[in-house]
Design a protein around this ligand. Structure first.
Ligand code: PLP
Length: 302
């Protein structure tokens, strides 16, 4: 028998482990056809998970809110993730956990209560939302015209794939020569972007939206870092005008960390490079990660 090469990625579907290339989802599943799915992504860097319990807790909360209850306990999900990373041997990995609802079986009412939910996890080599080069010179962003889906329609604290607005915004950004977008809510306040939380630095204070966004684990980390450095951090609404006039802007996400912005549409921030507070937070984030901050080391021995 030929040896399986796990290094390109590993997956787990409802009890079974397999190489990533063999992981397939049935096309009639509601997780796919109705986006009836929630997920979370935890990073492995320097051979360790970052804030694993925070991600598992958020994932469990998302599943509960969607009335999903896969057979695995939180500890079992953690063991699955650790086993997947171990199989790949990757020291830097993108680690995803999804819970999808199946299509109800034939003969029972076509209602989600009759669909069972189950766990799908996968691990692949680390992914950057913005490359290290983009982060060094600052990301080019813009405020795009689609309005972020209202929190009354879809609770943004449930991590979800309802990305129609974000994808539209991203195409608009591309057409305008920007690399990504930030969306506003119906009151004109900043929410988030495709895969990241948003921060503005105004008069030395770091500000991030209170409403309309995922409660990012990296966002939580930024708030902690500010506290450590004695930087005032405010969680409150940010209007478009305030945002567009900010001294600095940066984004945060698992697959990227703290990512400075150097352009917002036609406006060049600072000297077209990351601002000092964004750069300080980004450097501290990775230094502390290297030192094992909030880390759960992966056991790679078989
Ligand atoms: N907002 C959205 C819409 C996201 O998809 C993500 C991450 O994928 C984030 C924010 C950042 O969250 P975290 O820092 O937990 O990765």
């Amino acid at each position: 028998m030929t040896e399986v090469d796990w290094s390109a990625g590993a997956a787990y579907i409802d009890g079974e482990f397999m190489p990533l290339k063999d992981a397939k989802l049935g096309i009639t599943e509601w997780g796919y056809r109705r986006s009836d799915v929630t997920y979370d992504v935890v990073g492995v860097y320097y051979g360790a998970f970052f804030r694993l319990d925070d991600h598992i807790n958020r994932f469990r909360t998302s599943m509960t809110k969607l009335r999903m209850n896969p057979k695995e306990s939180d500890d079992e999900i953690k063991s699955v993730l650790a086993e997947l990373v171990r199989r790949t041997g990757l020291r830097e990995a993108y680690v995803a956990m999804d819970c999808v609802r199946s299509r109800p079986p034939r003969g029972v009412p076509l209602h989600p209560i009759n669909g069972r939910s189950y766990l799908i996890c996968h691990v692949m080599p680390w992914v950057w939302v913005f490359t290290p080069e983009q982060q060094e010179r600052g990301v080019h962003a813009m405020v795009a015209s689609p309005q972020r889906i209202a929190p009354e329609s879809l609770d943004p604290t449930i991590k979800n794939f309802h990305w129609g607005d974000l994808t539209r915004g991203n195409f608009e950004a591309h057409d305008e020569g920007a690399e990504t977008c930030v969306l506003l809510d119906r009151d004109g306040n900043v929410t988030e972007g495709p895969g990241f939380n948003v921060f503005a630095v105004i008069d030395g204070r770091v500000i991030t939206p209170k409403h309309g966004a995922l409660q990012g684990i990296t966002r939580k980390t930024v708030i902690e870092l500010c506290d450590e450095f004695g930087i005032r951090c405010e969680v409150r609404d940010i209007s478009r005008n305030e945002f567009e006039a900010a001294d600095e802007i940066f984004f945060s996400t698992t697959a990227g960390g703290i990512m400075p912005v150097s352009r917002l549409a036609k406006r060049i921030l600072g000297n077209d490079r990351p601002g000092p507070i964004s750069a300080q937070l980004r450097a501290a984030f990775w230094e502390k990660r290297k030192d094992g901050w909030h880390a759960t080391p992966v056991s790679y021995a078989s």
